[in-house]
Design a binder for this molecule. Sequence first.
Ligand SMILES: NC(=O)c1ccc[n+]([C@@H]2O[C@H](COP(=O)([O-])OP(=O)(O)OC[C@H]3O[C@@H](n4cnc5c(N)ncnc54)[C@H](O)[C@@H]3O)[C@@H](O)[C@H]2O)c1
Length: 301
Amino acid sequence: MKPKVLITGGLGFIFSHVTEYFVQQGWDVVVVDKESTGSHPEIIDGSFKFYHLDVSDEEVIELVKKEAPDYVIHAAAISDVDDSTKKPHRALEKNIAGNVNLFEAVRLLPNLKKFIYVSTDEVYGECEVQKKEGDILHPKNPYSASKAAGSLIHMAYENTYPELRGKIAETRFCNVFGPRQDKRKIISLIKHAIDTNEAIPVHNEGKGYREYVYVKNIPPAIQLILEKGEGVYNLTLNNGFTVTELIGRVEKVTGKNVPTTPSHRPGMDMKYQMNGERIRNELGWKPLYEFDDALAEYFKD
Ligand SMILES: NC(=O)c1ccc[n+]([C@@H]2O[C@H](COP(=O)([O-])OP(=O)(O)OC[C@H]3O[C@@H](n4cnc5c(N)ncnc54)[C@H](O)[C@@H]3O)[C@@H](O)[C@H]2O)c1
């Protein structure tokens, strides 16, 4: 029997790659997505089952029960910090309701093998030391607060429903980049600036420090966690750069100038960094692409 996986947000930047990966692995794939900002409906080609639905709608609970997948991945979310700051009610209400609905749905699946809640490094907040999975959450904007709410619901459900223990995992990715990312995020903006010669706004003197992972590293990591994981996994290559350093690195790889213009983002977290040892040591995860190989591939045309 083919394994069956249901993916919320499976048309988005990152999880469209995961959807296609599991289709290629021969899995039965069901996607639930409302086709909003960041989505790629062009990948709908009949190779997976698709439901157009907002996961903040309780209807999704019945849908998951009806599909009865072995595995569920909950990645659907309003994923942009600036959007969440402009419309905090919307981001918090939608993302938190989606989280509750998915935890509630998987609780009602007697044959569930694993549920992954997709969280983010931003739940740790700004930090001067590498954060570990057990560290306190300190979200500092509406987006990361909505994601941290899912991490807290994770703890609450494991405690309240012992039958779920061992069946829930959570990922906290650093900044993901690669094909299909829209121009809200820095590396895709840099690519756009090179292609068009339009200057990109560089916030807060380019001092914002982030770690980066290529999107093609994500699908095999997700499969590993679905099959062997339990609990929370940071996912990072531990390669942090300031935006200024990042631009320098891209200029070196491409041999092209990146036009920039200074900008200010109030309340910006200046540094995120995580300890990425757990997934490597306990699950033997190795990235397919190191950072420089990924940059070279992403910027090759
Ligand atoms: N991009 C990153 O660097 C990064 C880093 C860490 C964690 N994450 C997390 O990974 C996940 C995917 O991020 P992304 O960058 O690919 O996002 P994205 O914005 O590109 O895609 C999100 C997808 O979810 C769908 N969606 C949003 N809200 C929905 C709702 N209420 N109901 C149904 N569908 C909905 C959208 O239509 C879209 O297809 C998110 O949960 C995000 O928090 C992203």
